[in-house]
Design a protein around this ligand. Structure first.
Ligand SMILES: *[C@@H]1O[C@H](CO)[C@@H](O)[C@H](O)[C@H]1NC(C)=O
Ligand SMILES: *[C@@H]1O[C@H](CO)[C@@H](O)[C@H](O)[C@H]1NC(C)=O
Ligand SMILES: *[C@@H]1O[C@H](CO)[C@@H](O)[C@H](O)[C@H]1NC(C)=O
Ligand SMILES: *[C@@H]1O[C@H](CO)[C@@H](O)[C@H](O)[C@H]1NC(C)=O
Ligand SMILES: *[C@@H]1O[C@H](CO)[C@@H](O)[C@H](O)[C@H]1NC(C)=O
Length: 338
């Protein structure tokens, strides 16, 4: 894909995912409490580095102090990894419509992600992570392939006002406790998947299942594999929009757990809601629930019989912030104050 095509497809995609002005969401963080070094990435040469990876590489191994990497406006066509030994990195973009990290990996979900975050204690704020392999949607000329935009496998990781763009397998929420606030995740098939213990709050789920030639998409493919595992995906105060038809999810493992809470669902949700995929015969081990949801897609009267069976105690536990936070997330607000 040429640079111009990438730019055009990003632009077209943004028109899709910002039907309403989500950038106008604003939030007051506490005032600056912590000072820490800032490394500036500017692709046109006005900063410390011209690539995001070079800035990450400059962080010392087993770093123990927060370091902010400020990524100026631009399309950064690079595959980026934060390795296991570089915790306490805060990636700050110029806004999700201004700073883009773009790659088109599709050989394997384990190695193809545009952004791979392996370390614990990572924050990203105000940038877009894109896998451009199937973009522009309906016009890339490429067959649909798993093409991961972001792979998050560290513990204690938080994303604020970030956009994740792909078609199949956009966001691999692999493992660890994660928080996504005011983010947009776009895709059509299994596009939020993995065994993360994650809260998605105030996020927009942008479904592009219209690209599937009449087949329905799947928003989630959660990967909890045993009853004693603590992971699961919770969507709180979210908004599901888009085109085509979609399931809320299908299980990637036999104890998959997903809750949609106070979420607005457009009419793109199929009436049965959930698909058992390879867990046929184990449906009652799955935990898929919808609580206090709104919109034309939220009618549960024709949902599969095995959904919406979770106990109140479990629902209360999942929808409380303590599901992911024992203090680390609250501390992140001091970092964000910069
Ligand atoms: C980044 O550039 C600024 C301005 O030149 C300089 O003061 C700072 O030390 C540099 N930081 C790093 C980490 O190289
Ligand atoms: C792709 O095509 C489908 C079916 O024609 C349509 O519903 C959808 O809006 C198109 N998607 C994009 C991103 O243009
Ligand atoms: C939909 O059909 C078009 C035209 O036949 C094809 O290029 C495209 O790959 C198909 N998309 C999917 C997701 O199968
Ligand atoms: C969870 O359950 C599995 C199988 O039921 C068992 O093998 C494993 O040891 C248990 N793990 C913990 C941490 O209890
Ligand atoms: C439900 O979500 C909306 C935002 O989508 C929010 O304004 C409202 O306060 C939430 N309601 C509850 C009870 O949390």
């Amino acid at each position: 894909m040429s640079f111009f095509q990438i730019f055009t497809s990003i632009f077209a995609a943004l028109l899709l995912i910002f039907p309403a002005d989500i950038a106008s969401l604003s939030q007051n963080y506490p005032k600056k409490l912590i000072n820490f070094p800032i490394i500036v990435v500017d692709k046109s040469g006005g900063g410390n580095f011209t690539t995001i990876q070079a800035a990450i590489d400059s962080v010392p191994s087993y770093n123990t102090r927060w370091i902010c990497i400020y990524i100026k406006q631009g399309v950064y066509r690079e595959k980026v990894t934060i390795p296991f030994d570089k915790p306490f990195i805060y990636l700050k973009g110029a806004g999700s419509r201004s700073t883009f990290m773009v790659w088109d990996g599709h050989d394997s979900i384990a190695t193809g992600a545009t952004f791979t975050s392996q370390a614990d204690n990572i924050i990203a704020n105000g940038l877009t992570f894109m896998n451009s392999y199937n973009y522009p949607i309906n016009g890339s000329g490429n067959p649909m392939m798993p093409a991961v935009a972001a792979l998050i496998e560290g513990d204690r990781s938080a994303f604020y006002r970030c956009v994740f763009m792909g078609l199949q397998d956009t966001l691999w929420d692999v493992q660890g406790r994660h928080y996504f606030k005011h983010c947009t995740i776009q895709g059509a098939v299994d596009f939020i998947f993995g065994s993360g213990q994650s809260l998605y709050e105030g996020c927009t789920i942008a479904v592009v299942a219209g690209a599937l030639n009449g087949s329905a998409g799947y928003i989630t493919a959660q990967g909890r594999s045993e009853a004693n595992e603590t992971n699961g995906f919770v969507f709180k105060n979210c908004n599901i929009v888009g085109n085509g038809k979609t399931f809320l999810g299908r299980p990637w493992r036999d104890y998959a757990r997903v809750v949609f809470y106070n979420t607005t669902m457009s009419d793109i949700i199929v009436p049965q809601g959930w698909d058992p995929w390879f867990s046929v015969g184990h449906e009652y081990d799955l935990s898929f629930d919808e609580i206090d949801c709104h919109g034309l897609g939220s009618d549960t009267s024709e949902r599969v019989s095995w959904a919406n069976k979770m106990r109140n105690t479990e629902l209360q536990q999942l929808t409380s912030i303590s599901f992911i936070d024992d203090g680390w997330l609250s501390n992140f607000y001091n970092i964000l104050a910069i």
